[in-house]
Design a protein around this ligand. Structure first.
Ligand SMILES: [Zn+2]
Length: 113
C-alpha cells in the first residue's frame, strides 16, 4: 500500500536536504510558507537559499502527461502513443515515418496518369 502524500512532510524534508548548503546560514529568513491539508498544517520560515531552491524545483517540474504541444493544432493532449487526441496528428519517429510514407504515396499517385 502506498502511504498518502503529506505535502508538509515533503516540504520539511526538502528544507532538510537543501538548508545545509546555505552559504549564509546566519541570514534572516526571507519567506514564510504555510501548508494546510487534511493531514495537518505547518508554517515554514525559509532562507533565501531554500526559497530559491524550491522555486527552481517547481520551475523544472514537468507533468508526466506533458508530451509537448501538437505541431499541427497546438493541443496539449498528446497520448502515450504520441497521437494528438484533438486533431489525430501522430508525433515522434513513428509519426514522421507515417507522414513521410503518406507523402511518397501521394507523390506516386500524382505521377501516374
Ligand atoms: Zn493536434
Amino acid at each position: 500500500m502506498t502511504k498518502p502524500l503529506d505535502p508538509a512532510a515533503v516540504i520539511a524534508e526538502f528544507i532538510d536536504r537543501v538548508a545545509p548548503y546555505n552559504p549564509h546560514p546566519d541570514a534572516d529568513p526571507v519567506a514564510v510558507l504555510g501548508v494546510r491539508t487534511a493531514l495537518g498544517e505547518d508554517v515554514f520560515t525559509l532562507s533565501d537559499h531554500v526559497i530559491r531552491a524550491l522555486c527552481r524545483a517547481i520551475e523544472s517540474y514537468r507533468d508526466p502527461e506533458d508530451r509537448g504541444n501538437c505541431a499541427n493544432c497546438g493541443s496539449r493532449h498528446i497520448d502515450e502513443n504520441l497521437h494528438c487526441e484533438d486533431c489525430g496528428q501522430l508525433h515522434g519517429i513513428l509519426g514522421q515515418v507515417i507522414a513521410e510514407h503518406a507523402r511518397r504515396v501521394a507523390a506516386k499517385s500524382d505521377d501516374s496518369p
